[in-house]
Design a protein around this ligand. Sequence first.
Ligand code: GLU
Length: 266
Amino acid sequence: MRDFSRVKRVVVKIGSSSITHENGRLALRKIDLLAKELADLHNSGRDVVLVSSGAIAAGVSALHLKKKPSRTAQKQAAAAVGQGALIQLYEKFFLEYRQSIAQILLTKDVMDEPCQRENAMNTFEQLFAYGVIPIVNENDTIATDEIGFGDNDRLSAYVAALVQADLLILLSDIDGLYTADPAKNPEAPMLKEVREITGEVEAMAGSSHSDVGTGGMITKILAAQIATEAGIDMLIANAAEPDILERVFDGEALGTYFYGKPKDRA
Ligand code: GLU
């Protein structure tokens, strides 16, 4: 059993593939269930941040494109269309559970520039004080290689460090970190916990990529590096597991748990 009683502030990241159907359109029931679980987590007395991908997927669907475009301007245009649609849906479902939300769009330079960083931090703190769940995404319209996070796995780790969260949960379409890519090697066992991110652990991440999102296991390990260095524990778990967040917080040993470095050495 894991004990999450000390976890008072949690950042949850959901990947595009976990809130879309195989045809790329938004999976309303999944978004509804996520909103319910997060509102309940908040009701249990915790500060909650959601980092949600899905803007590009929502835009692709709204623009009736056949698949995710490859050119940057097309992806950014799709994200600009989709971000509003995505937040509108979250607003609708969270409202049903009497939970206020906010939208925060970030780029990496905000994290690196002390004044902007402090502003962002103060905004998060004020939102927590107001009892709001901030929903974060990358500001895809202006994100370029220079100022972009690259993917929402890393973005969520930076956000967890920014708000000094106790725990980061990456909800994905995979149960956790396997010793080898389970698509190629079905016998490969899943790790229950990782105490140190060694070269061996990095090698296990391979290069698994999903079609809808931008991350694979590699970006999750990069996120784990950022989070654990900042003294934050991180969990990779499968978004498709029923009542996943409730079960995690009840102590069920689901997914792969990465231990953050002790805060004084972080
Ligand atoms: N910001 C992108 C979106 O909302 C997702 C990036 C990612 O999944 O890593 O579509």
